[in-house]
Design a protein around this ligand. Structure first.
Ligand code: GAR
Length: 230
């Protein structure tokens, strides 16, 4: 097998987009992004505010730098945000990815990463922002549910939407079955959004929508099940 010189690898790195991923727990979305092997992207680090976040072990096993910024060690949210920002910026990221990161981040933090901070939320935004989205979808009796990847703005779960996935809510669903159906789609749309970002294809319009350069119109078509005949 040919040996690639270390200097060559280091030289290549400067042409790759550096990504820092923040997690709070399981980290399955982070794992999907890592496993996607996105061309031109380098996962520089996976950070968490919890030392027991299960996803950290996966990242470390992939040779990715990991670090914990423990939110309980800071007296205020502003101090935690500043420490987190320093840990992130040590990797000079082009993109910061919130992947199941369950801390609300302050407006200054969000502004610092404006245009390069993505989040995934388990609902069809702007419906059901906040917590317990699957439980609330079931309680509301909605027929469709899903997930959204969006740019982060200071408004909670409110930034420009990059991509969404829709799933049906089926008779007999409970919170767990619905969450699993949504999560399977999250693992498809988050790597897709990151791939678009890395390829420079995302542009936020002045009115706060996201254009995806070169997107084929057919890619936007949704397939719905036929209605049952009477
Ligand atoms: C995912 O379902 C993600 O959409 C959700 O947390 C889960 C994390 O799973 N995020 C939020 O609710 C953010 N408001 P993961 O750790 O396996 O990626």
């Amino acid at each position: 097998m040919a040996v690639v010189p270390r200097d060559f690898i280091l030289a290549l790195r400067q042409y790759m987009k550096s990504i820092v991923i923040l997690i709070s727990g399981r980290g399955s979305n982070m794992e999907a992004i890592v496993r996607a092997g996105i061309p031109g992207a380098r996962i520089a680090a996976v950070l968490s505010h919890r030392a027991d976040a299960a996803g950290l072990a996966f990242a470390a096993g992939q040779g990715i730098a990991t670090a914990v910024v423990d939110h309980t060690a800071y007296a205020s949210r502003a101090e935690f945000d500043a420490a987190l920002e320093a840990a992130i910026d040590a990797h000079a990221p082009d993109l910061v990815v919130l992947a199941g990161f369950m801390r609300v981040l302050g407006a200054d933090f969000v502004r610092h990463y404006a245009g390069r901070l993505l989040n995934i939320h388990p609902s069809l935004l702007p419906c059901l922002p906040g917590l317990h989205t699957h439980r609330r979808a079931l309680a509301a009796g909605v027929r469709v549910h899903g997930a959204s990847v969006h740019f982060v703005t200071p408004e909670l779960d409110g930034g420009p939407i990059v991509i969404q996935a829709v799933v049906p809510v089926l008779p007999g669903d409970d919170e767990e079955t619905l969450a699993q159906r949504v999560l399977a789609e999250e693992h498809k749309i988050y790597p897709q959004a990151v791939r678009w970002f890395v390829a420079g294809r995302l542009r936020v319009t002045p009115d706060g929508r996201v254009d995806v350069a070169g997107m084929r119109p057919a890619a936007f078509v949704l397939h719905c099940p036929p209605l049952e005949a009477d």
